[in-house]
Ligand binder design. Structure first.
Ligand code: SF4
Length: 283
């Protein structure tokens, strides 16, 4: 089943499968307070993720490094854009290490804004982050969700050499929609990055649906990822995080996601999560 959106309406009601009751339990409140005291950025808060209450209640979050403003302006993202940004601050990494300890986390996901203003796109900061977290707890499972580093191999190498458990990079949408959705990104560059990394580390990628792509286009992008060696895939419904972002073109019914899961199995992905609420850090 598919629900088409009347884009002339300013306010769109979510279909029933996307309606959630917000539950701010004791865990969530405590977790939020700990994060606030730590003065660190999470993508959960900066990108206004719809799963935030569930994740916080289960003591899960995705740390955002390299600041909370981005040099790009993807039209699905609520993170503020700026061209003049401060240099990476190592204190941010020690604050994350301390927060991970205090929160008792066994696994972490670290992501960043895109920093095209930095020579290596912030790759050494990612590598330092992995090292600092590992030194503090050698058993910690670390996943990094990286930007494309403008395709610079030496930058990608820096991150891989620091040995994350999972190296993740989202292609986000199908190639036809790149100009509209991620104007400063390049589909082929993202695929090349995944292909290059896949020879050395477990790779993961994700797509949002509901931005106007066809089912066939989703299938082709899934095939492209698999051919590039990607082992883990996530597909979730795009939800407009802010009125300044692109409108949702379509809410896909849960059965559509079941079909994507079937395709992921057919194509040989080792792990997949396809559901309306799936996010790259929520699977
Ligand atoms: S690169 Fe990432 S953080 Fe920057 S605007 Fe795009 S999605 Fe948002």
């Amino acid at each position: 089943m598919m629900l088409k959106i009347d884009s002339s309406r300013h306010l769109k009601r979510f279909p029933y499968w996307l309606r959630q009751s917000v539950r701010i339990d004791k865990n969530t409140a405590e977790f939020r307070e700990l994060l606030r005291d730590s003065n660190i950025n999470t993508v959960c808060q900066s990108a206004q993720c719809p799963n935030i209450y569930d994740c916080f209640s289960r003591r899960k979050c995705t740390f955002l490094i390299l600041g909370n403003r981005c040099t790009r302006s993807c039209r699905f993202c609520a993170i503020e854009t700026a061209q003049k940004l401060s240099l990476p601050d190592k204190k941010e990494l020690f604050d994350i290490r301390d927060a991970v300890k205090r929160l008792g986390l066994l696994s972490v996901i670290v992501t960043s804004v895109t920093r095209d203003d930095l020579g290596d796109g912030g790759a050494s900061h990612f590598a330092d982050c992995i090292k600092i977290l590992r030194e503090s707890n050698s058993d910690l499972r670390i996943e990094v969700l990286v930007p494309d580093f403008l395709g610079k191999r030496y930058a990608i190498d820096k991150v891989i050499l620091a040995k994350p458990d999972i190296f993740s990079h989202n292609i986000e949408t199908v190639p036809r929609l790149y100009n509209r959705v991620r104007p400063q990104a390049d589909y082929k560059r993202s695929l090349d990055l995944i292909r290059y990394a896949s020879n050395q580390v477990t790779t993961k990628s994700g797509l949002m649906v509901g931005l106007g792509e066809t089912r066939d286009e989703v299938r082709v992008s899934m095939e492209d990822l698999r051919k590039a060696g990607c082992e883990i895939i996530t597909i979730g419904q795009y939800l407009r995080p802010d009125p300044s972002c692109l409108e949702v073109e379509e809410f896909l019914a849960p059965e559509e996601f079941t079909k994507f899961s079937r395709w992921a199995e057919e194509l040989g992905f080792k792990k997949h999560s396809c559901s309306p609420f799936t996010r790259s850090s929520y699977m």
